[in-house]
Design a protein around this ligand. Structure first.
Ligand code: GTP
Ligand code: MG
Length: 625
């Protein structure tokens, strides 16, 4: 959109075009005017919308029609001036001036027009009656205004409307031919309505209405204006007002009115018109604001992103608002309501595989907060965008969503200080096909692999997240598996670059070939703590045909002894997840719990933190009969 507004004044001679411009600039009526005023530029800081505005005069006596056409091409808005005392100047609007401006233009590319009735000081009544049919005939007429250059009535308003017609055109919001708001506008209004309706009773109370007004436009509506709005809506709709508040229909009606030309003039008198009229724009404004944050948050290498207290508070509030049956869980319908302000559904089926759900399969409150934590950690910019859609800045009275997010200290600094303030940790699970990585992830949610296998065909998640309590503090642990195709021969994990040909045969590949590169890359080179998990611990141990057993391997590499994991003994697995977080948080302290052979740990994990590499490995590939 142009950040410059070109206003062109044109029409019949002697209607007072030049006088209008001179009155605006000089703030008094000039008795003597030239035929044509010089082009003037009003600097941005003195205009209501804060954009530089150029005003160009036209004089038939001085300019040819060709010159006028050139000016029209440059104009963003044209003021067609008529003399309220001379009907024939009104006729010419229809027959001459509008065709001249927009004659050849396609629907949608027409230049907005403002009709200006000058010399209102010379007439007692209004020219509206003659003007309204013209306004209805030409959809490009944004508005009309009666004014007087002589007693300076409505002069600054005129130029304000001209600016507004360019900066906030009604065309994208209102369809003058169908006389109704366009679908996008209705959607934007519903979004604003849903966000503003904080108690979720589908009615905007005075205070809900005003808190939105305030956050969007800086001022609440005056009490009288509020009453007037409701009266107008009540008179004109069957269901616009309920329990002394506006319903969604009432709200939409008000906006539709403010865009309808006839009513527009009435409504302008009864309500604080400008803010209502901007209501639709307000929603786009909020949306734009929310997306702006996309560009500001910088996350340096070695840092992670977490939700702040404010962020959690906001999300908690939303949860409570949409958990209508107060069962501390969101049913699919409640979830859809929560996301009704989105242009799309952000959470797919895979969410149900990432977080713990209730017995009915609904999203629990903890699961809900976990999912947001995961989103903030993995894709912070998307998370910010989502918070924007949910109206974070409006409801929390913040400038942007960035206050919902904190960027953690660099990992290197954490390592140096030997402590971390983080509360979200990521653990990667790496292991060959069939070792039970998915079972390890699902077990963390308290779900059995049977259930998840059944669902896996529908949705699958490479991440699970849950809370773990360490020393009375709640921490989040994300467990992620690196997926590779089991049918893909020779591929263990392309990240790690191990070549391993997996045949369904009765021997296991040498441990050192599988683990060696992992240990080297993650643990030795990057100081990430490694924990070996022996899965399928209920089955008997496979003989290692190629050298070392897992325990020997761990001993040799100064890793804690393998932790035993079995899906059959879910309750005894919890300690593994706890230990993963401990290792990540402060390995030098927790090393001693992790294994009886604690001296290795002090040496080997002492310098490492923040990311845990779990290594799910190695109980039988085949059942031991
Ligand atoms: P051209 O440049 O010849 O096309 O005319 P114009 O449209 O620029 O009109 P201009 O400003 O020269 O004004 C024409 C006459 O109308 C002058 O005598 C003005 O003093 C008078 N006039 C302009 N505005 C008003 C007004 O608001 N009220 C009254 N009473 N007279 C006005
Ligand atoms: Mg003139």
């Amino acid at each position: 959109m142009s950040r410059n507004v070109h206003v062109l004044n044109q029409c019949e001679p002697k209607v007072g075009k030049t006088s209008l411009i001179m009155s605006l600039v000089g703030e008094e009526f000039p008795e003597e005017v030239p035929l044509r005023a010089e082009e003037i530029t009003i600097p941005a800081d003195v205009t209501p919308e804060k954009v530089p505005t150029h005003i160009v005069d036209y004089s038939e006596n001085e300019q040819t029609e060709e010159a006028l056409k050139e000016e029209i091409i440059k104009a963003n808005v044209v003021c067609v001036v008529y003399d309220v005392t001379q009907e024939e100047t009104i006729d010419k609007i229809r027959t001459k001036w509008i065709p001249l401006v927009n004659g050849g233009a396609e629907k949608g590319s027409k230049i907005p027009i403002i009709l200006v009735g000058n010399k209102s000081d010379l007439r007692s009544g209004s020219s509206m009656e003659t003007i309204l049919p013209i306004m209805n005939q030409f959809s490009e007429i944004e508005t009309c205004v009666e004014c007087s250059a002589k007693n300076l009535k409505n002069i600054s308003e005129l130029f304000y409307y001209a600016q507004k017609a360019v900066l906030h055109p009604t065309a994208p919001l209102y369809d003058p031919e169908d006389k109704q708001l366009k679908p996008q506008c209705v959607r934007a209004l519903s979004r604003v309505f849903t966000i503003s309706d904080q108690d979720n009773d589908r009615i905007l109370s005075d205070s809900e209405l005003n808190s939105f007004q305030k956050s969007c436009f800086g001022n609440p509506l005056a009490p009288q204006a509020l009453e007037d709005v409701k009266t107008v809506v009540w008179k004109n709709t069957s269901d616009g007002v309920q329990d002394n508040g506006l319903t969604l229909n009432g709200n939409t009606y008000t906006n539709a009115c403010s865009h309808t030309k006839g009513n527009y003039i009435d409504l302008r008198n009864v309500i604080a018109y400008n803010s209502w009229n901007s209501y639709g724009h307000g929603s786009t404004r909020i949306l734009t604001h929310s997306l702006l944050a996309f560009y500001v948050l910088r996350v340096p290498v070695g840092c992670t992103t977490e939700l702040t207290h404010l962020g959690y508070q906001f999300l908690q509030r939303l949860f409570e608002k949409y958990d209508e049956d107060k069962d501390s869980a969101l049913s699919p319908a409640e979830l859809r309501n929560l996301f009704s302000v989105f242009p799309f559904m952000p959470w797919g089926e895979s969410v149900y595989r990432s977080i713990s759900t209730t017995e009915e399969g609904y999203i629990s409150q903890r699961g809900y907060l976990c999912q947001w934590t995961l989103s903030a950690y993995l894709d912070v910019h998307r998370c910010l965008e989502y918070l924007g859609y949910l109206g974070y800045s409006t409801l929390m009275e913040q400038d942007s969503q960035t206050s919902a997010i904190t960027v953690t200290r660099e990992k290197a600094l954490d390592l140096e200080r030997g402590q971390t303030q983080r509360s979200v940790f990521l653990c990667k699970v790496i292991g060959p096909c069939g070792t039970g990585k998915t079972a390890f992830l699902q077990d963390f949610l308290g779900q059995s692999i049977m259930v998840s296998h059944a669902i896996m065909t529908v949705a699958f998640s490479l991440y699970t997240i849950n809370t773990v309590t360490i020393a009375n503090q709640e921490k989040y642990l994300i467990v992620s598996e690196t997926r590779y195709s089991c049918s893909h021969r020779g591929g263990l994990d392309r990240d790690i670059g191990v070549r391993w040909t997996l045949h369904r045969q009765k021997t296991l590949p040498p441990l050192k070939d599988v683990m060696g590169p992992v240990i080297k890359q993650h643990y030795m080179e990057r100081g990430v703590p490694c924990v070996v998990v022996a899965s399928k611990a209920d089955l008997s141990e496979v003989k290692q045909h190629h050298g070392m057993s897992p325990a020997e391997f761990c001993y040799k590499h100064r890793l804690p002894a393998p932790l035993r994991f079995s899906t059959l003994h879910s309750h005894s697995n919890a300690h593994i997840y706890n230990k993963l977080v401990c290792a990540a948080m402060c390995p030098h302290l927790n090393g001693s719990d992790m294994s009886s052979t604690s001296f290795w740990l002090r040496v080997t994990l002492g310098a490492a933190m923040a990311t845990v590499l779990g290594f799910a490995l190695y109980r039988a590939f085949y059942r031991h009969k």
